[in-house]
Design a protein around this ligand. Structure first.
Ligand code: SAM
Ligand code: SF4
Length: 330
């Protein structure tokens, strides 16, 4: 049961918290990490293990029943194992979004704590292109780790950011991965953040993705039912084991069903990925004050659609005011 503190002025109930463990990463995906890097803060500005647990517990008391760990790359955070163990002790569905590089190391822990809701990001099935996008040579490692998960009976969701003239020609190859495996591939529209040189023209839209797929598979494409809070519109090719979805944050937002609130690694709440507004909970937490009024303030300021920001034109100045994705936590 979600308490009134987690209901925004538009009646949406926020039962899903996404926690960024760090803004550090072992990859440098150009759409996420600005080319010039980001300014890291003093270590003391980041939430500690016990502070993360305290905030999570407060949210759970208010009605949160799902927590996703993200980053940066969450698994490069020191003591990530202890943080995950803490969170797994709460009555929630625990999930993680990762680039997959460290999955083999963490798999025993995931199995022990029952963490099977795993999203892995992979934007190309071509090794060279992957290097171009991530600027690091980990393609084989990531592919091996995805296979390892499948061998263990865990079927991850694969997140693919689709960018014009970069990887839109691989959409069908990704869907073919779902032919003999229960994988769920999710195509994400390329979103604008500070320093990622976004342009609307680079975003390969939901409609374009669907047209590409329909041109290839024709009436073999079946629409699946989407849950109310789903960010993706979901489909399946007839007789394929897995499925695919499209996350159309830019051209076809899904804000009416939004149930998400975000906590950055440096202790700020964000009510929307696109919002430049942040609500500091680190300071009150360290002062021993009640953080519930801050959570309420954060949600009472939530706009109906995409933080009131227009993303269907090249509105770069406004969009640039937001943090980079790597320091928000996707
Ligand atoms: N490092 C982890 C990973 O890559 O999965 C977790 C953090 S990453 C910021 C979370 C998700 O955000 C990834 O699936 C990534 O592809 C996605 N993402 C990052 N920047 C994006 C952008 N500009 N547009 C769309 N998706 C983006
Ligand atoms: Fe790192 Fe994930 Fe961002 Fe790539 S998308 S730079 S893996 S945080």
């Amino acid at each position: 049961m979600v308490s009134n503190s987690l209901i925004d002025p538009h009646g949406r109930k926020h039962n899903y918290l996404r926690i960024s463990l760090t803004d550090h990463c072992n990859l440098r995906c150009f759409y996420c990490m600005p080319e010039e890097g980001i300014e890291f803060q003093e270590k003391s500005s980041y939430l500690t293990r016990s502070e993360i647990f305290e905030v999570a517990k407060t949210f759970v008391q208010l009605g949160v029943n799902k927590i996703r760990i993200t980053g940066g790359e969450p698994l490069v955070r020191k003591r990530a194992d202890e943080i995950l163990r803490d969170l797994a002790s709460l009555p929630i569905e625990l999930a993680i979004t990762t680039n997959g590089i460290l999955l083999d190391r963490y798999l025993p822990l995931f199995k022990e704590i029952g963490l099977t809701n795993i999203n892995v990001s992979l934007d190309s099935l071509n090794e060279e292109k992957n290097l171009l996008i991530t600027k690091r040579d980990y393609y084989q490692k990531i592919r091996n780790n995805i296979s390892l998960l499948l061998d263990e009976g865990i079927t991850p969701k694969l997140n693919v950011v689709v960018m014009r003239d970069i990887n839109q020609d691989e959409i069908i190859d990704f869907i073919e991965l779902t032919k003999h495996s229960n994988l769920d591939v999710r195509f994400l529209e390329f979103m604008p953040f500070n320093g990622n040189k976004w342009k609307l023209e680079k975003c390969f839209s939901y409609q374009e993705i669907l047209t590409e797929i329909t041109n290839h598979y024709g009436d073999q494409i079946n629409k699946l039912e989407d849950s109310f809070n789903s960010t993706s519109k979901n489909y399946k090719v007839s007789n394929y084991q897995g499925s695919f979805g499209i996350i159309s944050s830019i051209t076809n937002p899904f804000c009416e069903g939004c149930n998400r609130i975000r906590l950055t690694a440096d202790g700020n709440l964000k009510n929307c990925l696109f919002s430049t507004e942040e609500f500091d909970i680190l300071t009150p937490l360290r002062e021993g004050s009640n953080i519930v009024p801050i959570i309420e303030d954060c949600l009472s300021n939530k706009k109906a659609v995409k933080a009131g920001i227009q993303t269907t034109d090249n509105n770069i100045e406004t969009l640039e005011q937001n943090r980079s994705m790597i320091s928000i936590g996707g």
